[in-house]
Design a protein around this ligand. Structure first.
Ligand SMILES: *[C@@H]1O[C@H](CO)[C@@H](O)[C@H](O)[C@H]1NC(C)=O
Ligand SMILES: *[C@@H]1O[C@H](CO)[C@@H](O)[C@H](O)[C@H]1NC(C)=O
Ligand SMILES: *[C@@H]1O[C@H](CO)[C@@H](O)[C@H](O)[C@H]1NC(C)=O
Ligand SMILES: *[C@@H]1O[C@H](CO)[C@@H](O)[C@H](O)[C@H]1NC(C)=O
Ligand SMILES: *[C@@H]1O[C@H](CO)[C@@H](O)[C@H](O)[C@H]1NC(C)=O
Ligand SMILES: *[C@@H]1O[C@H](CO)[C@@H](O)[C@H](O)[C@H]1NC(C)=O
Ligand SMILES: *[C@@H]1O[C@H](CO)[C@@H](O)[C@H](O)[C@H]1NC(C)=O
Ligand SMILES: *[C@@H]1O[C@H](CO)[C@@H](O)[C@H](O)[C@H]1NC(C)=O
Length: 508
């Protein structure tokens, strides 16, 4: 009994300082706040940031993830995966939405697979030997591979050649078969002619590398990586009041120089260069895993192939992602420029569950700590979750952890009709309250890892933009870790911090 008591006292004596130092460390405020800019569109492609990158791809309106609808010219009705998938394809819909939309998987510029609403692939019945067109297979192979033949005068008039060599035809409104030999007349009563409409597309890393294909993609990507961000950009950053960059990377960087297809090797060399230049100009680096295997949000910026969001659904997938963090931290841990590692960018609820995300964050945190005792570890909040503190119970136990929130006055009806002043008031009142709410003295640090001086306001003046930027700088400057503008370069001027600084819209 006495011994037991003594042990307990001893234990609590031993544990006390440890707990103190833990909670103290968790509260530790950095010596300075990050004033950073994202290097978006560099090592993870986003078509809207630099559209010209896609110019050289043949049939570049038919990339992976493009959402197509096909109207039978003869019947004036849309093809549809009955029940959304799992059974036949029909041609009896007068209007088109989810079940009438087919997502492309591109094999090459003329050859494709079609994924339907419930995620099956279009093929032929009887295991590919029949002639009825169905959507039953969960996987795609040669029996799910079709050719799109375009009318050279009207590119949206198409025929679809099935793997058996015949064209698809809307035989009746309720029967679509692959047995049309047909002429090439493109006549309106030809049941094999369809009008093709695109209702959505993705332009990310998967699309560009698979679009150019294995012969051309390496050259295009390496040229982009070696010309888009240069040493002089780090000079610019350091001379304009910024002290850090957040660098989005994709999971395939960890298997450089031979990443899985269609990805291309060489982005690791580019990241190495960033560390070299950062060192030279005393710029800190936040490595940000922007694209995780399987895609954590279904967007092009996480390199989703077709809009699916599959990240985190298996332990294997989580372990694979931890290995990427392990690799990157091991490589740069000794480099004084490495300031923080962000484990994943913008996971989206409910597709990414809190439970899976926490499992990953725990393991990812340990992977960083295995190599680095002082790099901050950034945990991105889930978009689509209403609880901005849902990671606190986990983060409270992780020394030097940071919660990343992204504040855009965009992407929501809330902002559609706001005036200039309403936008600015929203920053001072609402954003300020949100940020205050999560910036606590005993919780994780807070980071506004993405924001931009852009809004829904049309024809705003330069002075309006200046006031909007200034409001955000003031409010986000109250975060305990700092902020990062999205992004350094962009063909859309307000999204380019370089342009905003050079043209006097932002002054730090
Ligand atoms: C596209 O892929 C198909 C199927 O593998 C092949 O038959 C065809 O020759 C390829 N076309 C081009 C232009 O590479
Ligand atoms: C496809 O996947 C679904 C859902 O996992 C399953 O119910 C179905 O049996 C699968 N179909 C085939 C043909 O394997
Ligand atoms: C289309 O055809 C299928 C198959 O016969 C049928 O089940 C469905 O009700 C039809 N839908 C419409 C809108 O006519
Ligand atoms: C890290 O920084 C040093 C300079 O201190 C540089 O020589 C080295 O190449 C960098 N390492 C990497 C992997 O970039
Ligand atoms: C480092 O900075 C100096 C001064 O700007 C420059 O001359 C030199 O080329 C830079 N070296 C590297 C490796 O970036
Ligand atoms: C914005 O204003 C337009 C025009 O008055 C209106 O049609 C629309 O519903 C408004 N949007 C929202 C989200 O309030
Ligand atoms: C911003 O906060 C104010 C004050 O709490 C509130 O009245 C207003 O509804 C909020 N605005 C929006 C768009 O949420
Ligand atoms: C502050 O956080 C609590 C949850 O911890 C939430 O209920 C409340 O709405 C938040 N307030 C603001 C202004 O975000």
């Amino acid at each position: 009994m006495a011994i037991k008591l003594l042990t307990r006292q001893l234990l609590s004596l031993l544990l006390l300082p440890c707990m103190l130092s833990l909670s103290f460390a968790a509260r530790g405020t950095p010596d300075f706040r990050i004033k950073a800019v994202n290097l978006g569109g560099w090592l993870v492609t986003e078509g809207w940031i630099k559209p010209s990158l896609f110019d050289g791809i043949p049939n570049n309106d038919l990339l992976d993830g493009t959402q197509l609808q096909f109207k039978s010219i003869k019947f004036g009705k849309y093809l549809s995966a009955e029940s959304g998938g799992g059974t036949i394809i029909v041609a009896n819909r007068t209007s088109a939405s989810g079940w009438e939309t087919f997502k492309l998987w591109r094999i090459n510029e003329t050859t494709f697979q079609f994924r339907v609403f419930n995620e099956q692939f279009v093929g032929l019945d009887d295991g590919g030997n029949g002639i009825n067109v169905v959507a039953v297979s969960n996987i795609s192979g040669t029996s799910e591979t079709f050719q799109i033949v375009r009318n050279s005068d009207h590119l949206n008039r198409v025929r679809i050649r099935a793997p058996n060599g015949f064209f698809l035809q809307a035989k009746t409104e309720e029967s679509v078969t692959a047995d049309w030999e047909g002429d090439e007349g493109w006549r309106d009563d030809d049941p094999s002619v369809f009008e093709m409409n695109s209702v959505g597309e993705l332009r990310g890393e998967f699309q560009i590398t698979n679009g150019y294909g294995p012969d051309k993609a390496p050259e295009v990507m390496r040229k982009h990586w070696s010309t888009y961000i240069l040493e002089e950009d780090f000079k610019f950053v350091s001379e304009n009041g910024l002290n850090a960059v957040r660098i989005p990377v994709g999971w395939w960087i960890a298997s450089d120089p031979n990443p899985p297809k269609p990805y291309v090797g060489g982005s690791l060399q580019a990241l190495d260069n960033a560390f070299l230049w950062a060192q030279n100009y005393s710029v800190k680096i936040i490595i940000d895993l922007h694209a995780a295997p399987g895609s954590q949000n279904g967007n092009e910026h996480s390199s989703s192939r077709d809009g699916s969001q599959d990240w985190g659904k298996t332990d294997e997938n989580i372990q694979e992602t931890v290995a990427v963090i392990d690799f990157l931290t091991a490589r740069y841990a000794k480099n004084s420029s490495l300031y923080a590692v962000e484990l994943i960018n913008e996971p989206v609820a409910p597709g990414v569950t809190l439970e899976n995300l926490q499992k990953y964050y725990k393991a990812g945190y340990e992977a960083v700590r295995k190599h680095s005792s002082n790099a901050y570890v950034v945990l991105s909040n889930r978009l689509g979750s209403s609880d901005s503190k849902e990671l606190f119970s986990l983060a409270n136990g992780l020394r030097d952890s940071v919660i990343d929130v992204h504040y855009y006055n965009l992407f929501s009806d809330t902002f559609s009709n706001m005036t200039v002043q309403q936008n600015i008031d929203f920053i001072y009142t609402n954003r300020s309250a949100q940020l205050n709410n999560i910036t606590t003295s005993n919780g994780p640090l807070t980071f506004v890892g993405e924001w931009v001086a852009e809004w829904e306001v049309q024809d705003a003046s330069k002075e309006d933009y200046q006031r909007f930027a200034k409001a955000q700088l003031e409010v986000y400057g109250q975060s305990s870790f700092g902020w990062a503008y999205w992004t350094l370069k962009n063909v859309n001027n307000h999204w380019s911090m370089e342009w905003m600084i050079q043209n006097g819209y932002i002054n730090l």
